[in-house]
Design a protein around this ligand. Structure first.
Ligand code: 6PG
Length: 238
C-alpha cells in the first residue's frame, strides 16, 4: 500500500492537521493502543491536543505507550514520558492505568524485557507479535526513527519486542520498539518537519541515493497503513 503524504505549511500546521486526524481516527474506534514518539516535533501536537481536544476525545479508550525512551529519570528534561506528561497527559482525563511509560531510570536490558512483557499483556497479539492500533514516529536528520539508528539497523529485524539502543553521538542508552513490531501496526504515522530532514526525506520517499541506509526507510507496515505528515520545509524536495 502506498504511503499517504500530507503537507502543511509549518510545524504548527502539521500538529493541527494531525490532531484533527487523530481525533477522527480515535472517534471511529473502541479501545485503542497508541505508541507515542518523543523528541521535539510532537510537542506542538501535544499542546494542541491538551488545549483543544481535552473534551473532544474519549481519552479513557486510549492506552498510551512509547515507541522509545531515553534511559534517564522520568523528570529529566530528556525524558519523552516527562515531556508528554507535562504537555499532554496531566491536562486530559485519562486513567493512570492507561499510561505505560518506559522506566528509563532502570537497567536498560531488564527494562527492555519488562516493557516487552507489558506490551504482550495489553496489546493485541498476532503471530507472536503485538499489533498496535497506531504508532506515531518522528525521523532524525540522520534518518533514524524511534531509537533505531543507522549504525544499529539490526534492530529493524530483531525478534524481541523492545531492544536497547545507543545514540551514535552521545552514547546515551535508549529503549526502543523494534522494526518488526513497528511494521505490524495497523497504522503508522510519521510527523516530520524542518529543513534538517529534507535531504533524507527525499531519498526515502523517492527511494534514491542511500535511502536503504536510513532506518525510517524500512518502516513499511506489512498490512497496515502509513501516513506522512510533513511541513513544507521537510517536503521541499519531494
Ligand atoms: C526520540 C524520538 C526520535 C525522534 C527523532 C526526531 O526519542 O528522540 O523518538 O525518534 O522522533 O529523533 O526528533 P525531533 O522531533 O526532535 O526532530
Amino acid at each position: 500500500m502506498q504511503p499517504e503524504i500530507h503537507i502543511c505549511c509549518d510545524n504548527e500546521a502539521v500538529a493541527a492537521a494531525f490532531a484533527d486526524w487523530f481525533a477522527e481516527w480515535a472517534g471511529g474506534k473502541g479501545k485503542v493502543t497508541v505508541a507515542l514518539s518523543g523528541g521535539s516535533t510532537p510537542k506542538a501536537l501535544f499542546r494542541i491536543l491538551a488545549e483543544q481536544y481535552e473534551d473532544k476525545i474519549d481519552w479513557k479508550k486510549i492506552r498510551f505507550f512509547w515507541g522509545d525512551e531515553r534511559c534517564v529519570l522520568p523528570n529529566d528534561q530528556e525524558s519523552n514520558y516527562g515531556m508528554t506528561q507535562d504537555l499532554l497527559l496531566r491536562h486530559i482525563d485519562i486513567p493512570l492505568a492507561n499510561i505505560h511509560r518506559i522506566k528509563g531510570e532502570d537497567n536498560p536490558k531488564q527494562e527492555a524485557e519488562r516493557y516487552g512483557e507489558l506490551i504482550r499483556e495489553h496489546v493485541k497479539m498476532e503471530d507472536g507479535y503485538p499489533v498496535f492500533d497506531l504508532i506515531i514516529l518522528g525521523m532524525g536528520s540522520d534518518g533514524h526513527t524511534a531509537s533505531i539508528f543507522p549504525h544499529e539497523k539490526e534492530l529493524l529485524m530483531a525478534e524481541s519486542i523492545c531492544a536497547v539502543a545507543t545514540h551514535p553521538e552521545t552514547g546515551q542508552k535508549r529503549i526502543t520498539l523494534t522494526g518488526p513490531v513497528i511494521n505490524r501496526a495497523q497504522q503508522v504515522v510519521f510527523l516530520v518537519t524542518g529543513a534538517s530532514k529534507t535531504d533524507k526525506l527525499r531519498q526515502i520517499i523517492r527511494e534514491e541515493g542511500d535511502w536503504l541506509s536510513y532506518p525510517a526507510a524500512h518502516i513499511r507496515p506489512l498490512s497496515g497503513k502509513l501516513d506522512w505528515f510533513l511541513d513544507e520545509a521537510a517536503a521541499a524536495e519531494l
